[in-house]
Write a protein that binds this ligand. Structure first.
Ligand code: ADP
Length: 635
């Protein structure tokens, strides 16, 4: 045995003893230090830190007990085992020796074997102690390493021991350990939980399948490694990745909460399913194409539009089924899309279909990019707009025709107006010459003509008068459209008074009563409003019944307009004639019954039109008539 590393301090005031022991020990290979007194022994013990001290009890100045006491009270030396040496073999001495901290006792005279055996035993013990210390230290180290791993682990770690009933079946698990991640997950604390039972603390384990799983791990010894989901709290499903390993009569469980990842996976799967359903069932065409335009995936909607089978389309690209005139515009859009200048584009283009038809489609294209923003492929939505295009073309054609008609109508109206103005204006002069000469002839040649000649002459004069009236009215009519006088604010009470003054003769002759309510101010042309009032009141008197005419003019506000009414008690008008009487030259009576030109109401219609209003009549035969007209109130 190699003792060269073992240091032994021998303390004895007898030089012979010192010599004997040191010789004996040196021969055994020990490193030996010698001290002749207590004080020297203490100094050497501190200086060399021996593995063992052989200490004589009886020494002058400081005896062995005192030296031992001092050694045990000093930190550097307290661990060094001390074997006492003495001639005494008394119980008291031995007791005293152990009391002050001695490890053993050797009685003089020394028996060589005994000395060596006791020294070896102490050295061996000392070594074992040393080893134990080191192992303890290692244990502490690995314990604190384990604790720090458990504390810092993001995964939950728990350990249980099985709780068995009298038949030996597992009825619960007892908590042995729970790390902070698991504490947080379960809302439990290590100090509160250790020693308690799992089912008592987390009753959900009874039903969520994990208890049975843990039992099977302990009973079969087979490790479980998999993903499990269960209702953790009410309405909250959690997903855990669990690794459960048998540990003595219990198990250690490591788990990771993977709920977020699972949710994302489920959401992704759902959205993929939704996308697939939309893709397959969409009424519009959808296509996924490579950046070069090659079709990668097409839906039935698209196949239907272009009349190609899916397998045929997948052999083609966009260029092959795009009308040559649309290819350039398409290419420009795609290059803008790929460069990132635009996010998406829509264009109307013609598709060359398998049935050789050319169909219009509205194609919307978006680029799908990877995380770095590099375009990966294109998604196109294709809508068949052939029908819409057809309707658009028809509409456009009919709009063009309508516009042409409207332009023609305006032009011919203008021409007609011009013609009627010129005609009536130019007819006036020759007519008044004819009338003038006819009157002269009547006056001067009255006696030279026979009765029939005079009658003819009378007819000429009358016809001239009538024609004069017609021309005057026609002129009035054409003037309404030509007037460009700006509107003023007009007090209709005054207009009424002026109209009555102008109609004074007829009022007096027919003993008519013409009254009014409170009439408003309106924006309009004063002369034309006077014509309007005068024509309507004049007609109300003219188309009288046998009773004396009673005419009432009133107005009321209806929405954004003033509505005027001119009511009479005259002969009335049958409903079927209501629309007709507002047309030019339309009369319901002969000249003999009621004189007139059939232009008055047409003039009224034009005047009301020019003021932005509406003119209508309510009447029945023999029940009088009420003419209404509206004039908008300016905002
Ligand atoms: P005129 O009075 O010169 O014939 P109008 O244009 O003023 O021409 O009237 C057209 C026709 O409307 C009249 O011929 C008449 O038959 C009918 N009419 C107009 N006003 C009334 C009225 N107040 N009562 C009955 N009939 C009327």
């Amino acid at each position: 045995m190699d003792n060269s590393q073992i240091k032994v301090l021998v303390v004895d005031d007898q030089p012979s003893n010192l010599r004997f022991l040191s010789k004996l020990l040196t021969a055994q290979g020990y490193q030996v230090y010698r001290a002749i007194c207590g004080q020297l022994a203490l100094n050497l013990a501190i200086a060399h830190c021996p593995d063992l001290i052989l200490l004589d009890i009886r020494m002058p100045e400081m005896n062995g007990y005192e030296v031992c006491r001092t050694l045990k009270a000093t930190a550097e030396t307290e661990q060094i085992p001390v074997i006492f040496l003495s001639v005494l073999d008394e119980m008291n001495d031995k007791l005293q020796a152990f009391r002050v901290g001695g490890a053993d006792y050797i009685t003089k005279p020394f028996q060589v074997e005994e000395v060596l055996a006791r020294i070896e035993k102490q050295v061996g013990l000392q070594k074992l102690q040393q080893q134990l210390k080191e192992q303890n230290y290692q244990l502490q180290q690995s314990q604190s390493l384990l604790a720090s791993i458990l504390n810092s682990s993001l995964d939950g770690v728990v350990a249980y021991s099985a709780v068995r009933n009298s038949e030996g079946n597992i009825v619960d698990f007892q908590w042995l350990l729970i790390n902070p991640a698991a504490e947080k997950f379960y809302g439990l604390l290590l100090n509160d939980i250790v020693g308690k039972n799992l089912l008592a603390e987390l009753s959900q384990f009874r039903n969520n399948g994990l208890f049975d799983l843990y039992v099977s791990v302990v009973e079969t010894g087979e490790t479980v490694d998999g993903e499990f989901s269960y209702e953790h709290e009410r309405d909250t499903i959690v997903w855990l990745h669990i690794v459960a390993v048998k540990l003595n009569d219990g198990l250690a469980v490591t788990f990771r909460n993977i709920t977020d990842r699972k949710r994302a996976e489920i959401a992704l799967r759902d959205s993929e399913e939704r996308f697939r359903a939309i893709f397959e069932q969409a009424a519009v065409g959808i296509a996924k194409t490579a950046l070069c335009g090659q079709f990668m995936r097409v839906n039935p909607g698209f196949c239907q539009i272009v009349r190609y089978a899916e397998s045929e389309l997948l052999q083609q690209n966009w260029q092959a089924i795009t009308h040559p005139d649309d290819i350039e515009a398409d290419r420009e859009y795609v290059s803008l899309l790929l460069s990132g200048d635009i996010q998406t584009f829509s264009m109307e283009k013609r598709l060359l279909c398998k049935d050789e038809a050319v169909r219009w489609a509205n194609v919307t294209v978006s680029a799908m990019r990877d995380a770095k923003g590099t375009p990966q492929y294109l998604i196109c939505a294709i809508e068949d707009i052939s029908q819409r295009k057809l309707v658009q073309e028809l509409l456009q054609a009919s709009l063009d025709t309508q516009t042409r008609y409207a332009q023609e109508l305006t032009r011919s109206n203008a021409e007609l107006e011009q013609f009627s103005y010129v005609a009536s204006h130019d007819l006036q002069a020759p007519l008044s010459t004819i009338a003038g000469y006819a009157q002269l002839l009547e006056k001067r040649c009255h006696n030279q003509l026979d009765a029939q000649g005079n009658k003819f002459l009378r007819n000429i004069v009358n016809s001239c008068g009538r024609m004069q009236a017609l021309i005057d009215d026609l002129l009035e009519y054409s003037r309404v459209g030509r007037s460009e006088k700006p509107f003023d604010v007009i007090d209709c009470n005054l207009v009424f008074e002026d109209a009555c003054a102008n109609l004074q003769l007829a009022i007096r002759q027919d003993r008519a009563s013409v009254t009014r309510g409170d009439l408003p101010r309106v924006r309009g042309d004063s002369f034309q409003l006077l014509q309007l009032f005068q024509n309507l009141i004049g007609n109300a008197i003219k188309y009288r019944s046998s009773e004396a005419p009673m005419v009432r003019v009133s107005a009321s506000r209806q929405g954004d307009s003033w509505v005027f009414s001119v009511q009479d008690n005259g002969i009335g008008i049958a409903e079927q004639y209501h629309p007709r009487i507002f047309q030019l030259f339309q009369r319901l009576h002969s000249e003999k019954q009621y004189s007139g030109t059939g232009i008055g109401l047409a003039i009224c219609q034009r005047i009301v039109d020019r003021h932005g209003g509406r003119l209508w009549v309510e009447s029945e035969p023999n029940r009088g008539a009420t003419f209404y007209f509206s004039i908008p109130i300016p905002k």
